[in-house]
Write a protein that binds this ligand. Structure first.
Ligand code: FAD
Ligand code: NAP
Length: 259
């Protein structure tokens, strides 16, 4: 008798789980997603100017062709199907639903006009159906991105890409138009800790210097390490953290090209 498994959520976690199960003898997998389309944040998160990263979906497509695999889109766990209903029909249920909501900052003014979670902005430019009608006022000259992770760099980059750089991507049409009309001239990436503790990775940091229409400007004072950070970096920081500090110090020494 086949072992029937329901996997809920068709992002990377759902697809890699399905792939592993289907490699074993005797498993059948039904993959469910609340959205009509599969691939989770690979479709609706990964930046549209990073098409190579999105090609991981080819591997998922291969999984989807397996005879013992079925995909059910537009089925939301909790609304369209209940946990008990799945447990009655399957030998096992895997929850791979990701992290749908943003983290709240818990600060005054967080919900004022012009303040948005990256979750919403990213979903909007990636054509997520629940965010197609979102509106962002891009008429301001300065935007502030809070956080020092890769999502912060994605958002910062999308705000300053030249329209010609956006047009060749699969950015949602509504966002291509709005970003082309955007008047943002300066994006400040705001971190609560120093460069040694930043969460972004080196390729993403290096990519900032390759932008067609924007200079990356680093205040030298911001990349001077305090004693504690210098010691930590030396002893336990690791190669990636050291490289990031080096890159940021190199940026601080550059003269903006006037882009
Ligand atoms: C803006 C952004 C950019 C990123 N860029 C990169 C990158 O360039 N490179 C990289 O390696 N990583 C990147 N990541 C990280 C990567 O996208 C995540 O690590 C990965 O997608 C997590 O996979 P997951 O399957 O756990 O969740 P998700 O990809 O979020 O998938 C979860 C799925 O579950 C579905 N779901 C949720 N609730 C329900 C429900 N109740 N019923 C049914 N279905 C449901 C959702 O619709 C979704 O399809 C990025 C993340 C973000 C936010
Ligand atoms: N190109 C890529 O490969 C790519 C692109 C996008 C995303 N991703 C991946 O997707 C995952 C999620 O990325 P992410 O950028 O959302 O998360 P992340 O890597 O955890 O970074 C979050 C950043 O936000 C800061 N932060 C959190 N709460 C804050 C607050 N209240 N005030 C100020 N700063 C705050 C964190 O600082 P502290 O460290 O001080 O908490 C950190 O710098 C990561 O694994 C990331 O690498 C990869």
């Amino acid at each position: 008798m086949a072992v029937r498994v329901a996997v809920v959520g068709s992002g990377p976690a759902g697809f890699f789980t399905s792939e592993e199960l289907l490699k074993q003898e005797g498993f059948e997998v039904d993959l469910y997603d609340a959205l009509p389309t599969p691939f989770g944040l690979v479709r609706a998160g990964v930046a549209p100017d990073h098409p190579k990263i999105k090609t991981v979906t080819r591997r998922y497509e291969k999984t989807a062709q397996a005879p013992r695999f079925r995909f059910f889109g537009g089925v939301e766990l909790g609304a369209d199907v209940k946990r008990n209903e799945l447990l009655e029909r399957y030998h096992a249920v895997v929850y791979a639903v990701g992290t749908r909501d943003d983290n709240r900052l818990g600060i005054a003014g967080e919900d004022r006009r012009g303040s948005h979670a990256a979750t919403e902005f990213v979903a909007w430019y990636n054509g997520h159906p629940e965010h197609a009608d979102s509106e962002f006022d891009l008429s301001a000259r300065t935007a502030v991105v809070v956080g020092n992770g890769n999502v912060a760099l994605d958002v910062a980059r999308m705000l300053v890409l030249d329209p010609s750089e956006v047009a060749v991507t699969d950015t949602a049409d509504h966002a291509v138009d709005a970003l082309a009309r955007a008047r943002v001239e300066r994006v400040i990436v705001l971190g609560r800790r120093g460069p040694a503790q930043s969460a972004f990775t080196t390729p993403e940091l290096l990519e900032l210097a390759e932008l067609r229409a924007a200079d990356v400007v680093v205040d030298p004072g911001e990349v001077e390490l305090d004693g504690h950070s210098a010691e930590w970096l030396e002893r336990e920081g690791g190669a990636m953290a050291r490289k990031k500090v080096e890159i940021l110090q190199d940026y601080a020494a550059r003269t903006p090209a006037g882009k």
